[in-house]
Every structure is written in structure tokens, then in C-alpha cells.
Design a protein around this ligand. Sequence first.
Ligand code: HEM
Ligand SMILES: *[C@@H]1O[C@H](CO)[C@@H](O)[C@H](O)[C@H]1NC(C)=O
Ligand SMILES: *[C@@H]1O[C@H](CO)[C@@H](O)[C@H](O)[C@H]1NC(C)=O
Ligand SMILES: *[C@@H]1O[C@H](CO)[C@@H](O)[C@H](O)[C@H]1NC(C)=O
Ligand SMILES: *[C@@H]1O[C@H](CO)[C@@H](O)[C@H](O)[C@H]1NC(C)=O
Ligand SMILES: *[C@@H]1O[C@H](CO)[C@@H](O)[C@H](O)[C@H]1NC(C)=O
Length: 485
Amino acid sequence: MRLTFNNVLPTVVLFSGIASAFSGHDSASALQHKRTPLKPRRVQSLLINPDAQPDLPTVQAATAAATAVGLNLDDIQGDLLRAKLAADILPLITTTNQLLAVATQPITALNIAFSQTGLTALNVTDSLGDSFFSKGQLADAKNLGTTNWVPEFTRTGIHGVILFASDSDDNINNAVASLEAAMGDSITKVYSLSAASRPAPNAGHEHFGFLDGISNPAIIGFTGTPMPGQSNISAGSILVGETGDSGSRPAWAKDGSFLVFRQLKQLVPEFNKFLTDNPIVMNGLTPQQGSDLLGARMVGRWKSGAPVDLAPIFDDPVLGADPTRNNDFTFQHPDAVLSTNQTRCPFSAHIRKTRPRADLGTPEETTHHIMRAGIPYGPEVSGAEASSNTTSTERGLAFVSYQSNIGNGFRFLQQTWADNANFVHSGVGVDPIIGALAGAQRVVTGLDPTNSTKKTTLTTDFVVSRGGEYFFSPSLSAIASKLSV
Ligand code: HEM
Ligand SMILES: *[C@@H]1O[C@H](CO)[C@@H](O)[C@H](O)[C@H]1NC(C)=O
Ligand SMILES: *[C@@H]1O[C@H](CO)[C@@H](O)[C@H](O)[C@H]1NC(C)=O
Ligand SMILES: *[C@@H]1O[C@H](CO)[C@@H](O)[C@H](O)[C@H]1NC(C)=O
Ligand SMILES: *[C@@H]1O[C@H](CO)[C@@H](O)[C@H](O)[C@H]1NC(C)=O
Ligand SMILES: *[C@@H]1O[C@H](CO)[C@@H](O)[C@H](O)[C@H]1NC(C)=O
């Protein structure tokens, strides 16, 4: 499931200098005190729940499901399940349950996560059992595509990240200001990135124009019955220390999650020009329809969200908007050989690279799943940019994913699958959306449904990494006990 914010303006603040930020009893008791009297403050939900996305569970349903497997939703930071945070003052962190009901949603939601450098600054010496987390994302940069990084990410001083989310700039600015006032000199803002749902009619769509947030895993114990086609994975794939997490973790890390943050720049006019210049030529398609089909095959879904596996030639917005059908496919069809026939969906399509479904066997593997919670940043494409075919103002995706193991989650999807021209079959090419070969041109097959051996050469990376960091988002009780003492 995925919770999507209603006109939310999340701001990502990366900070350093937390040495004393969470030490002493004051912040722990402030946290406790603030959390007890949860009074209704909001009349309109912070979350949007577009038709195309699975319905959110009610608090009661989520609690019932969680109790069955012993998950404590009051202890899991809300953004883990694409929820939010509440910080109208101090580390007032929004839990998953608070986010599910309007009455308990804060004015501004807040979630916090720490890098290894930050935990070290807090004198937390336990290994969290994740080597990529321990080394940090900068050490991993050469393995993750281009290295055109924002300078702040290339320094080692980022101790943590605070995600703020609300529905107005004022709310965010107030929350940031009160947090800064409360924290005094104990933390310093290193960098921040403001992101927001795109304006109507593109709310919920990323900057290339495609509806996002359709397919996130159902978590046994949180989501009730999975939607048709939704992956069904144990809580331990996302939450540390739960059933299904095989890592060796300290007890206090239970119910936390590793948060991968990436600032991914998108070259939208350049992407659009590529589609315009290379329409798929088929009987009955106009050049515009051929260009739209090419884009849909690169992603694996049409802009409406309809999967090309079920709507192979033309978009089907009714299908796209129907959560009972828009994720209900495996890439397997009675009239096609699964391992060779990519007429309906290219093997390299973004959603097939990052979730191969039946390509890796049935039932579906459950190890390499992530909970995505990214949101667009940057302005809409201006008329001048569109007509010049050139990006002049940066925009992209503030990518956030949660997983219990970075090497099995984000990193596996990016490096072992998306960047690998021989996954899922020899020679299929890299993921045309996020695949990267250190800036070298990328060759993809299967984009043309009329000739599956035809190679398409992409001379531009349409998504460019601007850096990021690996964080650990602890449970609230870990913040109160382990990280505050
Ligand atoms: C700017 C960069 C990116 C863009 C524009 C983008 C766009 C999209 C879109 C439009 C979808 C389909 C909607 C949905 O199923 O929810 C999607 C799905 C997905 N993306 Fe991305 N994405 C980006 C980066 C990434 C990265 C870095 C990863 C992981 C390494 C990733 C992993 C996934 C996964 C796992 C799915 C769901 C696949 C499924 O369950 O069928 N994406 N993305
Ligand atoms: C961490 O340990 C050092 C050395 O013992 C001490 O000076 C510092 O105050 C400690 N920091 C915290 C946050 O406890
Ligand atoms: C999801 O997994 C759980 C636990 O293995 C199982 O009980 C349930 O039937 C599965 N649901 C679906 C729809 O596969
Ligand atoms: C490939 O699959 C398509 C659609 O599923 C089917 O119409 C076509 O006959 C298949 N091609 C081959 C060579 O089997
Ligand atoms: C932008 O790209 C389109 C499609 O290739 C082309 O027709 C147009 O001339 C280009 N504009 C400029 C300013 O290069
Ligand atoms: C398909 O593409 C390949 C590689 O570009 C080419 O050699 C072949 O002639 C094409 N086949 C058809 C039927 O166009």
C-alpha cells in the first residue's frame, strides 16, 4: 500500500551535529508528553488516495492485521508505510496509525532517520548489520550510475535526515523553524530539498508524466487482503527484526527500516524529444500515438497507470484508474512464451526490471521488494524549456525507499537488475528509465513491438543521480530509549 500526500510539500532536511540533539531526558520526555494527548488538529486529510491506488486500511483494520502478527503500528514511524510526520514542535513523530485517520494527523508530519555517521555521533556503536548503510552512499557512488552529485552529499558530515510534510509552505516553514529553535546549536541544516505533488491534472504523476505509487508491496500484518497482483511480502522485508528479516540486528533496531534517499534529476524535455524523434511505427498509429507507445513501453505503464502488459497498443485510462485491475498481471500469457516474447511488455521496461514477477518463477520471489515513498521536486517544465528541448531548471524525483536490507532492496534493484543489460535475459538491455552505465550510451532491445531484436540506443541518461545517503529510520521506542539516553 502507499499513502500519498494531499498537496503535500515535503521538505527533506539533511543535518549534522546531532551529538547532543537527542541526549538527556528532556527530549525523551518531551516526546512522551507530546505524544500522549493526541488532539484532532486537522480537518482535511494530508493524504490523497487516488482511485488508481489501493485503498488505505482503516486504523481498525490495520491494527487488527498488525496485532495478528505482533506489529506495533504506534511504534513504527508513519512514513515507513508512506505516511508522514507530525512535528509542530520537537521530535514529534507521526506514527503510521496517526496518519491513517484525519483526526490524528498533525499539521505537519515529521519523520527522522540517521546515517551511520550520525549514529556514531550519538555513540551508538552496535552494528546494524547492513554493510552498505555502515559505509554510506558516497562510498557506493561509483556503483550507482553517474556521479554528478550535489556537493553537500559528497561531504561526510550528514548525520541524519528529517522529512517534513504538510499541505502548505507556511506549515513546513513553521515546523522547520520551531524544530531549529528547539534544537538550538545541536543540529545544523546541511541541505534541504522541497518537493511537492505536481499541480492538477498531474497530481500523483512523476515529472515524465506517469502515474506513480501504484505498485507497492502488501505487508503481511499491515495491509489486509492484497489487491490483485500486488506483491505479498512479510513485514521483515521492510522492517528490521520482523519475520523475514534474516540480518543480525541489535534488539533496539526492531521495527526500524533502512531509508534510501536519492535526489534523481529528470531531463523531461530531453525525454520528450526522444519520444517525438523515435515513434513506434505500426499500422493504425499516428506519430503521436507511436511516441506515446514508446514512452509507455519504456516504463511498462501508460501515463494513466494502465500496464502495457494488459493494454499493449493504446492507453486505457479506465483500467489505469482501477486498483482491482491495474496491478493484476504477471507478464505471462497463454499465447506467448514467457522467456522470449516481449510483444506486450519489454523485458527492459522499468516496472519489469524492478519487479520481474513471473519472469523469475512462480510463486513470485519475495526478497527484493521495497516500499517506495518518493515525491517530485522542482518546477513544471516551462514553455521555453519545452521548445528548446533542454532542461534549464532542475526537477526530478526525491526518491525514498524503505527496506530491511539495502543490498537486497534498492541497491539490488538498481545495480543487479536495472543497470544490468543481461537481466532478466541475455542482451535485453538496461532499464531505459533508471538504468545507467556511468554515462555511456545505453542499448535497449524490445522497445519496438514489431521487431523484438531491434536495438534502441539511448545517448542521454534521462535520470541523473545527484546523490543521496543511506539512513536508518528507528522506531519511536528506539528513539526514546536507545537514541535519547
Ligand atoms: C526518476 C526516477 C524514477 C522514475 C521517473 C520512476 C517512475 C516509476 C513509475 C512511473 C512507476 C510505475 C508506477 C507504479 O507501479 O507505482 C514506477 C514503479 C516502480 N519503480 Fe520507479 N521510478 C524512478 C526511480 C526508481 C528507482 C531508483 C527504483 C529502485 C531502484 C525504482 C523502483 C520501482 C519499483 C520497484 C516500481 C514498482 C514495480 C512494480 O511493482 O510493478 N524506481 N517507477
Ligand atoms: C559520546 O562519547 C564521547 C566520549 O566519551 C562524549 O564526549 C560525548 O559527549 C558522547 N556523546 C553523546 C551524544 O553521548
Ligand atoms: C499472503 O501471505 C500470507 C502469509 O504467507 C498468506 O497467508 C496469504 O494467503 C497471502 N495472500 C495472498 C493473496 O497471496
Ligand atoms: C507473442 O505474444 C503475442 C501477444 O501475447 C502473440 O500475439 C504472439 O503470437 C507471440 N509471438 C510468438 C512468436 O509466439
Ligand atoms: C526540439 O525537438 C523537436 C523534435 O525533434 C524539433 O522538431 C525541434 O526543432 C527542436 N527544437 C529545437 C529548438 O531544437
Ligand atoms: C529487426 O531488427 C533487426 C536489428 O535491427 C534487423 O536486422 C531486422 O532486419 C529487423 N527485422 C525486421 C523484420 O524489420
